[in-house]
Design a protein around this ligand. Structure first.
Ligand SMILES: *Cc1c(COP(=O)(O)O)cnc(C)c1O
Length: 378
């Protein structure tokens, strides 16, 4: 047992901000200060009036600028987070049969949603061991490929490209990738995410960059005899989004923090800048892990190692939950690995809001804790 006060990391080793979670993740202090300033005329006001509509417009335009998609792509948003978008996609984007790459908790959940839909044929599911990703099967007779840009549960990312024909939609769960990993938007038909990861806001919303083909598919399926509840209708969400509103009431503070982060990312240099920053943060972690005899990157293939979520296995002699607990006592939080993975592992969220310098400090903190544990000083 660690006695209270027994494991105090020397202050010079601590990061300036100790939030390294994978979502909700670090919300910058400057965004919170801006929220406090804006609050009196914004929070507690109607989402059908100009101040909140302007905020939604700022978010939609900011995402267009960040991704720079081909003409005709639109940004839609609604309530319920990425989990709700799986249900929207199941109802409004998969015509008959989808293919899913399953390589962790999140990708498995969308596959399950599609498998349970009584109006769809059983999906084609391609799986790989945690710590890797499967490849799509190009020739498949499916109308949607369901990919995950970054599998947050394992720290595996994949490059996004069209596996098949133009009429086979590419639906990408980018919840922890959007705004932190490079993207060629012409390769996707629905690139969907939530704002509590790279976009440094709170949970509860879904956002999606939609291609003309995806919009057309939704219109077609929703005018067929398939029953689509209004709150899960993509065309309804899109109609509201075009008016810079949401179908039902959104969390206004979440929209505000999201807009702040988008403005900041664009000022700094946009997606290229953000991706380079996350890449730099992750290289600090992977290089450090490779240099320690008691640690190693969990993902064997360097090309599949995520730049936004780094997973590091520890030697069995060093209990990772104990390391995370001591870090937590010192204000360095959410370094625990994904619970269901059941590995002796640390996991770090390295989203754009996180300072690379703080990531370096984080590795110094882990070194200190491990040395202290090995010396049995704590
Ligand atoms: C966090 C996460 C989700 C779930 O997002 P919610 O907004 O909580 O529904 C889905 N997919 C991935 C890849 C995630 O990282």
């Amino acid at each position: 047992m660690v006695k209270a006060g027994a494991a105090v990391i020397p202050p010079p080793l601590l990061p300036g901000d100790g939030r390294f979670g994978c979502g909700p993740s670090k919300v910058p202090a400057r965004a919170l200060a801006a929220l406090a300033d804006a609050a009196p005329t914004l929070l507690g006001t109607s989402h059908r009036q100009a101040p909140v509509k302007q905020l939604v417009a700022r978010v939609r335009e900011g995402l267009q600028e960040l991704f720079g998609p081909p003409p005709g792509y639109e940004v839609a948003l609604g309530n319920g987070g990425s989990t709700a978008f799986w249900d929207l996609a199941t109802l409004c984007l998969i015509r008959e049969r989808s293919q899913h790459l399953v390589f962790g908790e999140f990708s498995a959940k969308f596959a399950k949603a599609a498998a349970e839909a009584p109006f769809l044929a059983p999906p084609e599911i391609l799986e790989s061991e945690p710590g890797s990703h499967p490849e799509p099967r190009a020739g498949a007779d499916v109308d949607a490929f369901c990919l995950t840009h970054n599998e947050t549960s394992t720290g595996v990312s994949m490059e996004i490209g069209r596996p098949g024909r133009e009429d086979q939609l590419v639906l990408v769960d980018a919840t922890s990738a959007a705004g932190g990993l490079p993207l060629d938007p012409a390769q996707v038909d629905a690139y969907y995410f939530a704002p509590q990861k790279c976009l440094a806001s709170e949970g509860g919303l879904w956002l999606a960059l939609l291609s003309p083909a995806a919009i057309e598919r939704a219109q077609l399926l929703e005018s067929s005899d398939r029953w689509v509840p209004a709150s899960l209708s993509l065309t309804t969400a899109l109609q509201s989004s075009r008016l810079n509103q949401t179908y039902n009431t959104p969390a206004v503070a979440t929209l505000f923090l999201l807009a702040q982060q988008l403005d900041w990312l664009l000022e700094q240099g946009g997606l290229d800048w953000a991706a380079a920053r996350c890449r730099a943060s992750s290289e600090i972690v992977y290089r450090w892990a490779a240099e320690r005899e008691w640690a190693r990157p969990f993902v064997p293939d360097p090309a599949q190692r995520s730049a936004v979520v780094a997973t590091v296995d520890l030697d069995a002699s060093i209990p990772a939950p104990r390391v995370s607990a001591i870090l937590r006592q010192n204000g360095v939080v959410d370094t625990e690995s994904y619970r269901k993975l059941e590995r002796n592992q640390l996991r770090f969220g390295l989203f754009p809001a996180v300072e690379p310098e703080d990531v370096l400090q984080l590795t110094r903190c882990v070194d200190w804790v491990v040395e202290a544990l090995r010396a049995e000083q704590i």
